[in-house]
Design a protein around this ligand. Structure first.
Ligand SMILES: O=C(O)CCC(=O)C(=O)O
Ligand SMILES: [Fe+2]
Length: 205
């Protein structure tokens, strides 16, 4: 351990294990290249959000791919499931084997440059299966990912580079929020894939 890190404050204020795991370079260069190329034909949309009565286009592009019946109500917007593209479907199978959990939907966010962003939130929609993992994968420009505790003044910043994975455990959505802040100097784009497990037909019941 370097002398500097000994002088740094501890990363957490208690002895609990943080409910996320950063795994750098999870995706191979080939996988990143194939997914990036495939994403050029994803049906990205910029839905309108109403915040305090004012309408805004979301500050990024998004697409939702999922099994039939897995429509997703995200920030008050219903997103209809699109069929799985080839390489996303292969990645889903890889993750299902690796984590021994079904993933029946993936939200793809496309940040066109450093102006695009995502505000503070938790991935805690009621249609998500309780106790399930959310797996986040990043491709393209490296961006900071911020995490803050809902009750105490504790924050963490994780630089997510191309190919990195972030495993989000259920307690993370319960006790923490996350965001992707703007980085105005970044000119290149970034894709983020979050694989999720939803309760099928939740919105059709
Ligand atoms: O782009 C990211 O790294 C975060 C995406 C995210 O939080 C989400 O899709 O819910
Ligand atoms: Fe999220």
């Amino acid at each position: 351990m370097s002398q500097l890190s000994l002088l740094e404050p501890p990363a957490q204020t208690d002895n609990t294990v943080l409910p996320w795991r950063h795994i750098p370079q999870y995706l191979s260069a080939k996988q990143q290249q194939l997914l990036r190329a495939e994403a050029a034909s994803y049906p990205f949309e910029r839905p309108t959000l109403t915040v305090f009565g004012k309408q805004h286009l979301i500050p990024r592009e998004q697409a939702w791919f999922a099994d039939a019946g897995c429509n997703y109500l995200y920030s008050g917007l219903m997103i209809c499931a699109q069929p799985w593209p080839h390489y996303l479907s292969r990645l889903r199978q890889q993750l299902e084997r690796e984590f021994n959990q079904p993933f029946n939907g993936v939200l793809v966010n496309h940040y066109r440059d450093g102006q695009d962003k995502m505000g503070w939130h938790s991935d805690d929609e009621p249609e998500m299966v309780a106790g399930s993992l959310v797996i986040s994968l990043s491709i393209g420009a490296a961006r900071d990912f911020d995490i803050r505790h809902k009750q105490r003044p504790e924050r963490h910043r994780i630089p997510l580079a191309s190919g990195d994975m972030l495993v989000m455990q259920p307690a993370m959505q319960q006790h923490w929020q996350h965001s992707l802040p703007q980085r105005k100097k970044i000119a290149s784009d970034r894709l983020n894939l979050t694989f999720r497990q939803l309760i099928p037909f939740y919105h059709q019941q």
